[in-house]
Design a protein around this ligand. Structure first.
Ligand code: ADP
Ligand code: MG
Length: 560
């Protein structure tokens, strides 16, 4: 080896490694899924690049992954003939530079093992998971198309530094040699490896092969390679041939999340546009859901060929939590993000996938427990919907869940349909109140008359709620009314007698109203007698078209 160089892992990488090794102890087998997934990605990338440059295959276009083990020396070796890496790639990808978001991610860790283990799984442990089972990892790789002398060897014990050197490597692609820890030797086993490959990598459309050595009577050894996984893209198969477990495992592959998804929708579309989509509703929000540069979007394939991760153009922002794959027959294999942004075909697929996603959520809502899990994780993202997607606002509104005076709990679990079903005779509007928090809402004096009359009020207190309500004017033909704004109109819930009594009492108090108006002249538009209140003496009301309290505060915070 020449050009040997020893480099330190970046601090964040060190922290991550340390955490991972300790908190993923009970789920160590995932290292294989991660490494096979990287190998498959590398094959996908080569296939894509070779579309324009066949020479990159170096006469070896049969993409494959090979896994070997040596139970005497306790090693497991994974090999792929994918794209490979050069020296700079290796330094960048395997050590010095933490993935974007790592620091942010580390901040969220609590120190509680179980919780952190879940978070780490969600973050995508990737290559470093090798150190969960190995006390030394050796990577040998060469980028497809580079000279044989430009191979790279990377070694590390996962303790803070790694060594990198230049080697000669006749074949392109990457080989990863794991020297198993003394308590992880169980993985140097044919049966164990095969069952893990079937468990985690069946759907990967690159063959994963393992060798069998046969010895003839004369002592001659022959090696035959057996493909262990099914090696077919899952979404290509007819729905009826895919089991729930296969769908779930595939989800884990595309999402880096190792908990089960809440639901999925698999569709093949033929006709003017031809594409297949497989969409999932995750059961847990990723740590970067609210980060501007957080990963979102679908995995894009064109005619089975992997094109890119995180293609954001196929779903609106308010559905950014949806994971999955779209495989189009109509896009060019040379498609780029820029082209995606302008292609009208992409726009049509996006609108169809949006509908599919909303339908999938509708279906999920039939299972209240699962839907509640979804809502707790993603409800406030979905609430961005009516503002972003006017055409689908009614559909989205049907998926919203609210806290309400009916259930008297902070849990957002009441739908608009539930509300409408409970409307009083003569009630025309859907009443709601926006406040800073659930408690402020549920103790608001504005609710007094509604409680007295037994009229339900939706209690909104999320940051996006006022934004939401400014785009949601009606549902199922019923208008929304903010009970803290404008004149209170309870419609026919009040009878004539009550209305008359109110008018009389207003007349009787004209003198008092006049004096208050004089005293508060500078501060309020008008003072009125109200029947909103039953116990409190007075409350502040906003004019009908005025910006609400939340919006005002947001504007103030923004310096306006
Ligand atoms: P991720 O797969 O999410 O990018 P990983 O930690 O699994 O994160 O891998 C980091 C990077 O290392 C990959 O993005 C890829 O660039 C590179 N890499 C890992 N394994 C391979 C491989 N077998 N062949 C080529 N590149 C690889
Ligand atoms: Mg990976």
């Amino acid at each position: 080896a020449t050009d040997e160089q020893t480099l330190g892992f970046q601090t964040e990488v060190k922290q991550l490694l340390n955490l991972m090794i300790h908190s993923l102890y009970s789920n160590r087998e995932i290292f294989l899924r991660e490494l096979v997934s990287n190998a498959a990605d590398a094959c996908d990338k080569l296939r894509y690049k070779a579309l324009n440059n066949d020479a990159l295959y170096e006469n070896d276009s049969e993409l494959r992954i090979e896994i070997e083990h040596d139970s005497e020396n306790n090693t497991v070796t994974l090999r792929d003939n994918g794209i490979g890496m050069n020296r700079d790639d290796v330094i960048e990808n395997l050590g010095t530079i933490a993935r974007s978001g790592t620091a942010e991610f580390l901040k969220q860790l609590s120190g509680e093992q179980q919780k952190d283990a879940r978070l780490i799984g969600q973050f995508g442990v990737g290559f470093y998971s090798a150190f969960i089972v190995a006390d030394e990892v050796v990577v040998r790789t060469r980028k497809a198309g580079d000279q044989q002398e430009a191979g790279v060897e990377w070694r590390s014990r996962g303790e803070g530094e790694f060594t990198i050197s230049t080697i000669e490597r006749p074949v392109h692609g990457t080989e990863i040699e794991l020297h198993l820890k003394s308590d992880a030797t169980e993985f140097a086993d044919d049966y164990r490896l095969k069952s893990l490959i079937r468990k985690y990598s069946d759907h990967i459309d690159i063959p994963v092969r393992m060798p069998t050595t046969q010895e003839s009577d004369e002592g001659e050894k022959t090696v035959t390679w057996e493909t262990v996984n099914e090696a077919q893209a899952l979404w290509v198969k007819p729905k009826s041939e895919v089991t729930d477990d296969e769908y779930k495992n595939f989800y884990k592959h595309v999402s880096h999340d190792y908990t089960d998804p809440l639901g999925w929708s698999h569709n093949k579309v033929e006709g003017k546009l031809e594409y297949t989509s497989l969409l999932y509703v995750p059961g847990r929000a990723p740590f970067d859901l609210y980060q501007r540069d957080g990963a979102r979007g679908l995995k894009l394939y064109v005619q089975r060929v992997f094109i890119m991760d995180d293609a954001e153009q196929f779903l609106p922002l308010y559905l950014r939590f949806i994971k999955g794959v779209v495989d189009s027959n109509d896009l060019s294999l040379n498609v780029s993000r820029e082209i995606l942004q302008q292609d009208p075909k992409v726009e049509s697929i996006k609108s169809a996938l949006t509908k599919r996603s909303l339908d999938m959520l509708k279906k999920l809502s039939k299972d209240p427990e699962a839907y509640q899990t979804f809502w707790t994780q993603f409800g406030s993202v979905l609430k961005e919907g009516p503002g972003e997607d006017y055409a689908n606002r009614e559909k989205i509104a049907g998926l919203l869940r609210f806290a309400s005076t009916h259930s008297d709990s902070a849990q957002q679990d009441q739908s608009l349909e539930d509300y409408i079903g409970r409307m009083k005779e003569g009630q025309q509007k859907i009443y709601y109140l926006v406040a800073d928090g659930y408690n402020a809402a549920s103790h608001s004096p504005h609710l007094e008359i509604f409680r007295k009359k037994g009229v339900e009020v939706l209690l909104l207190s999320d940051r996006v709620d006022e934004w939401l309500m400014s785009h949601l004017t009606e549902y199922d033909g019923r208008q929304f009314a903010d009970i803290a704004k404008g004149d209170l109109d309870l419609g026919d819930v009040e009878d004539e007698e009550e209305k008359q009594a109110q008018e009389e009492s207003a007349k009787a108090k004209e003198g008092l109203v006049g004096r208050l108006q004089g005293a508060l002249e500078e501060r309020v538009q008008s003072v009125r007698v109200t029947h909103r209140l039953t116990d409190s003496p007075a409350c502040v009301v906003l004019p009908e078209n005025e910006m609400g309290y939340q919006m005002r505060r947001m504007m103030e915070a923004a310096g306006q």
